[in-house]
Write a protein that binds this ligand. Structure first.
Ligand code: CP
Length: 309
């Protein structure tokens, strides 16, 4: 297979296993490109991409912009805080105004779950979801799986635990879809109040004892507690959360094997993960960020190939 089964990247749940393998093989090529002295290819000189960020971002926004520029696409950036959205313009009107400037692809982060799907049904452009509320963050899950594949050789058959605030996490949901598609065994671990009841219907197990979860896994993906999406308290205090669900070096050293530590960022050092773990050789957090550029180049390149047909 040499093309994606989809015209948009709205979520991992719309992809199949062959799509993921195609994205990884294409990312392998682009990873080699971005490690050359000249890190750029002319592939998308005829494509214009708008990055629409209605919610804060550091990694995803910069990573998409760099990926687009390394493919030689024309790039425009839009930040909701400085836009006419503040004057009451609708999402569809905003995007159609941008598209009338001959834009081919829209990369969008939005606080509302399903915003990307909504846009794909109402405007004529290829849409890439850069995170929609607590729903999906597909390129994060792709770069996470790609980083596991790079570190451990394969995702299939590996034991992966996702730790923390599963309830509010688009990273958790997209990772679960991606990991299950590739044949990984997945557990989630965190306070019961931060684990949605539907989660087991996705084929994952719940483990509320962090030490047991770490003893079982090959990889622990540590998530941030998303206080900005909470209107009530889900646990008594940050200190108690850290005591039960934070990973520190002493805990890792007490295991009888060395596990891989991941984190999508931004990190709350000293809450879900201590600095000595975040900066240790076991952590592949900065490899994840590096791989994000190659993965996003692959996604944009493969979607643009479909626009050109
Ligand atoms: N991992 C992630 O989505 O980070 P940002 O919010 O900084 O983009």
């Amino acid at each position: 297979m040499s093309e994606l089964s989809v015209n948009h990247l709205l979520g991992i749940k719309y992809l199949n296993e062959s799509d993921i393998q195609l994205i990884f093989e294409t990312a392998d090529h682009f990873k080699e490109v971005i490690n050359r002295p000249i890190k750029k290819v002319p592939s998308l000189r005829d494509i214009t991409i708008a990055n629409l960020f209605f919610e804060n971002s550091t990694r995803t926004k910069l990573s998409f912009e760099l990926a687009e520029k390394r493919l030689s696409a024309d790039v425009i950036n839009f930040s909701a805080a400085q836009s006419s959205v503040k004057k009451g313009e609708t999402l569809i009107d905003t995007v159609n105004n941008i598209l009338s400037m001959k834009v081919d692809m829209v990369v969008m982060r939005h606080p509302n779950p399903g915003a990307g799907v909504f846009l794909s049904k109402n405007v004529k452009a290829s849409i890439v979801n850069a995170g929609d509320g607590a729903h999906e963050h597909p390129t994060q899950a792709l770069l996470d799986s790609y980083s596991i594949r790079e570190k451990l050789g394969d995702v299939n058959g590996k034991n992966i635990v996702i730790v923390g605030d599963i309830l509010h996490s688009r990273v958790a949901l997209s990772n679960i879809f991606a990991l299950k598609l590739q044949g990984a065994n997945v557990k989630v671990c965190g306070p019961k109040t931060l684990i949605p009841k539907f989660i087991t219907s996705l084929g994952v197990e719940v483990e509320t004892n962090l030490k047991k979860a770490l003893e079982w896994c090959d990889v622990a993906n540590m998530l941030r507690v998303q206080n900005e999406r909470m209107d009530i308290s889900y646990f008594p205090s940050t200190r108690e959360y850290t005591q039960q669900f934070g990973v520190n070096k002493a805990l890792l050293d007490s295991l009888d094997k060395e596990i891989v530590i991941m984190h999508p960022g931004p990190i709350n050092r000293g809450v879900e993960i201590t600095s000595d773990v975040a900066d240790s050789k076991q952590a592949i957090i900065l490899n994840q960020v590096e791989n994000g550029v190659a993965i996003r180049m692959a996604v944009i390149y493969l979607l643009a190939s479909k626009i050109k047909q």
